[in-house]
Design a protein around this ligand. Sequence first.
Ligand code: FES
Length: 566
Amino acid sequence: MELRSSHWFAGAGSRESWPHRSFMNKAGYPPDELHGKPIVGICNSWSELTPCNLHLRSLAQSVKNGIIEAGGLPVEFPTISLGETLMRPTTMFYRNLMSMDVEESIRGNPIDGVVLLSGCDKTTPAQLMGAASVDLPALMVTGGPMLNATFRGEQVGSGTDLWRYTDEVKAGRMSAEEFEDLELAMTRSTGHCMSMGTASTMASLAEALGMTLPANAAIPAVDSRRYAFAQRSGRRIVEMIREDLRPSKILTREAFENAIRVNVAIGGSTNAVVHLLALAGRAGVELELDDFDRLGRGIPRLVNLKPSGQYLMEEFFNAGGVPAVMAELGDLLHRGALTATGKSAGENVATAKSHDPDVIAPLTKPVKADASIAVLRGNLAPGGAVIKPSAASPGLLRSRGRAVVFESIEDYQNRIDDPDLDVDASCVLVLKGTGPAGYPGMPEVGNFPLPRKMILAGVTDMVRISDARMSGTAYGTCVLHVAPEAAVGGPLALVRNGDPIELDVPGRRLQLDVPESELAVRRAGWSALPDVAGGYSRLYRHHVMQADRGVDFDFLVGTRGSTLTR
Ligand code: FES
């Protein structure tokens, strides 16, 4: 087979190829190493500003060992990385930028295939999106979750318990010093968040899609088996190049349907909705927001992990991880879907089973019978909105209340704890200006904390509605991803204090009970955001699509292939 990289390195004495070989010589590669062998890029999202991915350079070494063993030549390269907890305004603002970096770095360089090293929330979808748009053989290895955490004898999950304890501090029931102890206990090793938050979710879905070798998602970051797994992945990518096994053969409609159902079974993050929609767009697969509801309905939650359940990723790993979940789901999945192993999803998990029914329950006795993400529609969300009923309070899933409106995150921060805020437990809290264009970057503030006076009164949950996302580690009766968002003139922009809002999750409805004539008057008075002066922010604002389209840029949709004409 003719290798793509030979277009750079083949041809002894050729004017075109000698600079390529000569300058690679700086890395110590003799000329004969550079042609005839598959050259495998290792796309590394390591960064000291992405603490969850801090160990990816040592993991890359294991990938390299595997590539060399299989007769390939590894070349590691960096891209921008996205540290969830540090980047502002939010990492989601940069997901598409990272995907562009990944796409162009793969296409523009002399590589025949790529191993994608990701971990923290957005690094996984960004790499998958970029790789799908190039469509060279690609295999993902995620960094794995950090070790479980214990605080005061209680197991605590990343994010999930921080949200809870934040409310305790707010209520004066926990001191700042105690909270600092919790902070330190929470992050005691490298790796990504160890609840079923967005990072664990996206690692699991990369596996369910067939873009990793089986068992990738749950192996702890510091477990020696993660390194052995990385080495095996290095070997496998060389074979994938020889087999010409590209993302377009793996990322089919069937693969996405599997991922949607696995996401329900693991109790995965609502963020998976925007990431899978964006990835499907890159792969040229027709996937719509309503598919998440339609395909997920009736699928049970099998995995008992925080934030919806009890355990953390170490228990998930010991119980059998994603292969055990896929084996349990059986014929609810497309078992014939091709995966990175070259085998079908069904073949991959033929011998897998749950080793702990408390953590991965059998299909016959699930943790929750119907755990689908619900897609809501109505005059408040004509483009749709999502809610995770399994993380919500059952008593609020069908409710009606008057709106308490915050026009922006700053307005919310300034007034939420005002003792004079006109609010009671039956109210619906509405937060605007937190969508893809408005914030910008659709931050994870959709589970915004309740007013202090409600917490002090013992209220633990209220209906919250926003155009934001919610951390995968979070919980609450939070209606998210309202589309179109307020900042582009969606109906959310028109809500005013006191408006009655009806939430009916079983009926999939989200309704603003204000006459259309009144809404027309408010719409006429609405004014758009001022334009952005320049730079990436301008590109972002002008091209970002709404949540129901995955928040991708309109010009990035589709596969552009790996061919270079010059
Ligand atoms: Fe990186 Fe949670 S902050 S995965």
